[in-house]
Design a protein around this ligand. Structure first.
Ligand code: FAD
Length: 408
């Protein structure tokens, strides 16, 4: 009987899973089964980390308590914005640019696209500082974009109601990523299958080998998204905070193409930092809208995932003002997810204190999805090169316990 690649990968993982040691030391037989790296968590950060580690020729085991891109994870669901504008922040702008190239390459290899280059339209009252800094970065880095005043916006997007004095710009090559299916594709493209294991804390054996979730490994990466603070409550409680977030899909009238690509791009109403954003209809899912504001603190395992009627009403009120053609559109479906917020929105990529080869990766803070490829590449560099300094903004030391967002 022929063994498929998937079965072979699963079998290799299973032999690594069988390495429970009585002696607290890896035997010669176990040594052969020791993985170079076990990645705990197959969300977008863990999946791309595993992908990059595999590209480096390392033996990788991927564990997930549920499944890659599962419905409870922060990476699940339909779509995520990918944009390069970060108010001119050179760190995230450059990472988004690197990631866009990687997502595009992966998408191009698939039958169904993971990247929809719809463009991303930003608008705000003219003169907004964040917008001006974003545009200056796009210009300085030769990124294709169009910009204009209220008249330009109104002429180009008649389905949106712009207020007098607003201006905007369109990142032409950015757009939307397909989320849950995207993560599953990254895992498959790495030639991996996630083992269904809920991992606990790392154990260090007397010979320095690490054991996590029954797997022996030389290095461990915990990319557990909103679960990081549950797994390491003393260290990360209050420093990575999961908040409830809702998204809403509304259905345009039959045959109405004004709210789908190419007529409508992904859009973001900067709204002085209280961002409202949305997607044109993708893959038949309807027009999507969300508020970027942080909701109540929640538990990712058990939070109530029913969309609130207050949220649907708020979305509808916004539509009535900005997208009058959708004012009476039916609500077709919604989703409840969570952000895993660091204090200011900067990611966490640093070692677990007391362990040289155990990494904590997370704090996506509502903007992490697009950066999966760049985050994964950075983590893989750390695993390969222990002397590589941690980016100060990603350090554990920089993670405060008071929420004060500065990264949008
Ligand atoms: C509504 C919403 C809108 C967003 N919009 C955008 C956007 O437009 N653009 C953007 O770039 N980002 C956006 N984000 C943010 C982005 O989606 C997240 O930052 C990112 O997906 C986080 O990925 P992650 O891999 O860190 O976490 P997750 O996706 O949550 O993955 C963690 C994984 O770890 C597993 N796990 C946890 N604990 C264990 C354990 N003990 N053992 C084994 N497995 C474990 C979980 O099952 C899960 O699969 C949005 C997020 C939400 C919720």
């Amino acid at each position: 009987m022929e063994i498929t690649r998937r079965q072979a990968v699963a079998a290799a993982g299973a032999s690594l899973l069988g390495g429970a040691l009585a002696s607290g030391k890896a035997s010669a037989a176990d040594a052969r089964a020791i993985a170079d790296v076990v990645v705990v968590g197959a969300g977008v950060f863990g999946a791309w980390t595993a992908w990059h580690l595999k590209r480096r020729g390392l033996k990788v085991v991927l564990l997930d308590a549920y499944a890659p891109g599962n419905a409870r994870s922060s990476s699940g669901g339909e779509s995520r914005v990918i944009r390069l504008s970060y108010g001119g922040d050179p760190l995230y702008s450059a990472m988004a640019r690197e990631s866009l190239t990687a997502w595009a390459a992966l998408s191009d290899r698939q039958t169904l696209p993971l990247l929809h280059r719809t463009g991303v339209l930003w608008f705000s009252p003219a003169g907004d500082d964040y917008m001006a800094r974003s545009m200056a970065w796009l210009k300085a880095n030769g990124i294709a974009h169009l910009a204009g005043d209220t008249a330009w916006l109104r002429a180009r997007y008649p389905q949106i109601m712009f207020k007098d004095g607003e201006s905007g710009f369109l990142e032409e090559a950015s757009g939307a990523l397909i989320a849950g299916r995207g993560v599953q594709t990254v895992v498959a493209d790495a030639g991996l299958t996630a083992q269904r294991v809920q991992a606990g804390l790392p154990e260090r054996l007397s010979d320095g080998t690490l054991r996590v979730g029954g797997v022996l490994a030389r290095s461990v990466v915990y990319a557990c998204g909103p679960w990081l603070a549950k797994l390491f409550p003393d260290l990360l409680g209050g420093r990575i905070v999961a908040t409830r977030q809702e998204v809403y899909h509304f259905g345009p009238a039959a045959g109405d193409g004004r709210f789908s690509p190419p007529a409508l791009p992904v859009w973001a109403d900067f709204n002085a930092g209280d961002i409202v954003y949305g997607f044109p209809g993708l893959e038949g899912q309807g027009f999507k809208i969300a508020f970027d504001r942080h909701g109540a603190e929640v538990d990712p395992d058990s939070q109530d995932r029913r969309v609130s009627s207050a949220g649907v009403d708020a979305a509808r009120a916004y539509l009535a003002q900005r997208f009058p053609g959708l004012a009476n559109a039916p609500f077709v479906h919604g989703r409840v997810c969570q952000y895993e917020n660091s204090s200011n929105g900067d990611f966490l990529i640093d070692r677990l204190p007391g362990f040289d080869r155990v990494w904590l990766v997370g704090g996506g803070s509502g903007h992490g999805f697009k950066h999966g490829p760049a985050v994964g590449a950075r983590v893989a560099r750390h695993v390969a090169d222990s002397a590589l300094p941690v980016e100060p903004r990603f350090s554990l030391a920089s993670k405060a316990a008071v929420q004060k967002r500065t990264v949008y």
